[in-house]
Design a protein around this ligand. Structure first.
Ligand SMILES: [Ca+2]
Ligand SMILES: [Ca+2]
Length: 43
């Protein structure tokens, strides 16, 4: 699925303006940040 008119640098589906980690792939539930330690919060 291609987004138009918005930038999504890491292609995780969270647009850069809403992505707390615009260069790291992460789920939308994590605001686009990867969950490195599995505790459900970014970082
Ligand atoms: Ca993104
Ligand atoms: Ca991201």
């Amino acid at each position: 699925m291609k987004l138009r008119g918005v930038r999504d640098t890491d292609k995780d589906g969270v647009i850069d303006s809403e992505d707390l980690c615009p260069n790291d792939f992460g789920p939308g539930s994590m605001r686009g940040c990867p969950d490195n330690d599995g505790d459900g919060t970014p970082r």
